[in-house]
Write a protein that binds this ligand. Sequence first.
Ligand code: GTQ
Ligand code: FE2
Length: 353
Amino acid sequence: MSEAELLRQLDEKLRQLSVEGLWSEASDADMATYSKDPHTTVLPHVWKWQDLYDAIQTVGNMHGLDGKAERRVLRLINPAYQGNKNRRQRTTTHTMLMTMQLLKPGEVAQDHRHNFAAFRFILKGSGAYTIVEGEKIPMEEGDLILTPSMTWHGHRNGGEPVVWLDGLDNPLLFLLQVITWEAFTGGLQPLKNDADCVAPRVGLARPVWEKSPERPSYNLRYQWKDTYETLKRLSGGPGSPFDGVALEYVNPTGGHTMPTLSCGIQMLRRGETTQTHRHNSSTIYHAFRGSGTTVINGEKFDWERGDCFVVPLWSWHSHRNRSNEEETILFSTSDMPVMEALRLYREEPGEGA
Ligand code: GTQ
Ligand code: FE2
């Protein structure tokens, strides 16, 4: 018997044993795709505010959805993942999902909890609030509100129509096959007394008698007026060469916004252009104020106020505020804490930086 025939028979036998030889053609082809730089399937993309807002207004006017408020959500799907058959794999990046949500006056999004982390960044309207672990957290424009892993939460609106962005690490947990989700049973979650709402979850002056090791101390609400004041205060200084006046929403006990997601806000001053760099975390941006251009691997992506866009991992990028009159403010979220926790985080400055 020829060696080729022997190998064919061996491969067939190994297949039955659920084993594979590294000499196979498939294995060679796979090895050929490795390189010293990581490869990503995530594509850069811009979602226009007008398209998203028009769509969310249209579903807002569909009364068939009244009473099912939590379904007025638009998922931002990366063009690379549009064709994925499994809905769980139609996501914004491979690790993160960003959605736009509308809650109309009088609507209630039922209480629930999940082990994927989420945040809301409020875009428009006031009078709504998210209840996190029994605490009423008002939603005002520019606020960032966290619902960390396993916190009970629901949304209620006693004011105007409110539109916000949700950011979730759901795709990462899907990949890890550990997703859990549960509804709160027995009606609405009870609100805590005001006196109990000085819990570690609200504000930075905290009660000394409340220690809860199983639930790390998060700051659940970062108010826009505080964030903006800090941005303005730092805007006279040099800032970061790669990101302008860039802030991270930090966990008060140290570390990133949440274990899997970092949220940030950055100001690009009039006419400011940042230097090029790359890192092996991906970022989803939202142009909260102003307009600009982001160059991603040499390709220009223009964005205007309200647009969202993705910068895939390891792609060279720099941002420019296109206006000489107006400051620009970008909200963003990234999966950098995951890479960092796994000791995989890498970044590189571009040439000339
Ligand atoms: O508002 O709690 O876009 O649980 C996806 C899952 C929003 C929410 C989403 C969620 C929520
Ligand atoms: Fe949720």
